[in-house]
Design a protein around this ligand. Sequence first.
Ligand SMILES: C[S@@+](CC[C@H](N)C(=O)[O-])C[C@H]1O[C@@H](n2cnc3c(N)ncnc32)[C@H](O)[C@@H]1O
Length: 233
Amino acid sequence: MKSEMYSTHAEQYDLAVQDNLYNAHFERPNLQAMLDNLTGKNVLDLGCGSGVYAQFLLDSGAAEVTCIDASQAMIDIVSRKFSDRVTAYAQDLSQGVPQEASDSKDVIICPLMLHYIEDLTSLFNDAYRVLKSGGYMVFSTHHPFSDFDYSTSGDYFQRESVIDLWNTVGEPVEVHFFRRSLAELLGAVTQSGMLISHVSEGIVGEKIKMLSPETYQSMRRQPPFIFVKCQKM
Ligand SMILES: C[S@@+](CC[C@H](N)C(=O)[O-])C[C@H]1O[C@@H](n2cnc3c(N)ncnc32)[C@H](O)[C@@H]1O
């Protein structure tokens, strides 16, 4: 699902996520805490955005980093920042990753992208295919319980296309995404053959309390994201 947030506003998005509450101080520390030592690893970053994770992966000693995103504007930013230190290309991930070789990656990360994909089956089947045996995937996505606030059907188990206005880039921008049940999300993982080894609803750090006591209280009552680690055995 294409969004103006990630095409027209790609440069502003890149600036915003460097040091904001939800991405920099909540999502990234929690997802990164689920990764093992990345030294020498071959890593695939799905929905890479403007490359904040690519920087982290390179700094962590990853041997090869491949970044994929639907937005050419995001890929242009990644290519500008990292040149040939990463491989980056545009591709709609709802079709999986057909350009990636089977059994080629040690680690796949997929931060905050899955809620833009209606049917997760192809993506998880392909994640399983490209992971080496013993490799793993870590993803974060909107928490199904929090997203139920957006439901217009009132039926938690019905997948729904949702529209919200976000102020991430300093002005309200319409964002379209899908909300789905926890069982649908986790079922997409397990049907691929991967085993779920760790689920987290995130720790809300003291930095958030300092920067915004209201957001801290709200995140502690209602987790905005869920974090999942799954393994190819
Ligand atoms: C919330 S941003 C997260 C970016 C990055 N992972 C991060 O944490 O900074 C979501 C990203 O998913 C990308 N995206 C949305 N739908 C996609 C799709 N169908 N295929 C590939 N990427 C998609 C957007 O272009 C955007 O860059």
